[in-house]
Unconditional design. Sequence first.
Length: 433
Amino acid sequence: MERVDVDNIKIWLQDELKYLSDVVNKKLSTHDGMEYLFLNSLTDGDKIYEYLIRPAGKMNTAELYDHILSLPTSDHHKSKEDTLNAIMGGAMVVFFGKEIVTIKVVQYESSGVAPASTEATVHGPHDALSESLQINLNLLRHRYHKPSLASEELKLDLDTSPKLVVMYDKEQVDHTKLASLKNTLLTIDGESLQSVGALAKKLNNKKNLFPTVLITERPDRISYNLTKGKIAVLLEGSPFCMILPTVFFDFMSSMDDLYQTFWVGKFLLTLRYLGLFISTTTPAFYVAATAYNPGFFQVQLALSIAGSRASVPYSSYFEILFMLLFVEFLVEASIRLPKMISPAATTVGGLILGQAATEAGLVSNIMIIIIAAVAITSFVVPINEMAFALRITKYVLVSLAVIGGMTGIIIGIAILLVYIIRLDSFNEPFVKI
């Protein structure tokens, strides 16, 4: 077999893998001049022990070389690029003096991987991140095989600091933004970090209503964003990942948009934006139309609304505020209650109290329809952090509708748009066409 320049290839591989926090490069103490190299997050430790470590204690170098070549998953070195790709695919490289052999010892993590619960898809993968950093790296590397995928472990200056890994594609990432992020992470102060959400809170401007970093549990979303030059931050003990920089569109997109046909994806995206508009503006439009601008409706609809509110003893503002807060209580209760009783308790509570409030004349029938529409459309936003922020904006618009009617709503929407446009995510415009 043709001899190869092992030393130069070894140096080249080490240089290509220097940004990977999970690379392992060791020498065999029982055989002088022998080394092995692999990615810890992709490989099976039991296979490494079975194929190399245990036989190395019983065989001489020639016997060990023949043993490894006899393995069904072993292969001769062909080129340094092929060897690098083999490592990124879950292979171990063994250096025998002047020979190089690759052994496929890939491990596919299944234990500890739960289905996605906060970002469900119809046709997409169902696996979600785990609380184990090692499993998360395994999941991501199986979806992103390019050698340019780098992972750097950072040590934060905190009282109790779990492992933190920054992942990015060296060929796609903006290195200026990457350096800025790493400097920011290293200067974070505080007592401890228990989740990626706490880290995002420290990175996000405290006065921002809208999130400027995206938190996800889906490995496929992370992999997709890495191809776009974005940076992923993983934290030991947290089943979520932080992605940045982000734009407003990222919070409205679902991975199903990529898995469906073109027009179906566009239709679903349009539905989300329509739902966003309905959930944030409908309560304010109702207050403005009933209290200030009844001419906004046709005569028949205006009379129907007036007849429905005939028994309601207070203004439309208090009526809709009461119902909005009631829905917020139901949503919060559904989150906090045990999963076994949460659906039944919130469904029964909503139906009984809503019907009782209508029969008692505390709210109108039209109001029940409006609140139901607002509650349903509030959940079309795929990312929870953005959905929570939008839930707050409807109260602001309702307050402006009380003050200025339709004019107040228009002014409020204009201010909201200007505010969103002025936001940025690590020097990336938040609203980007």
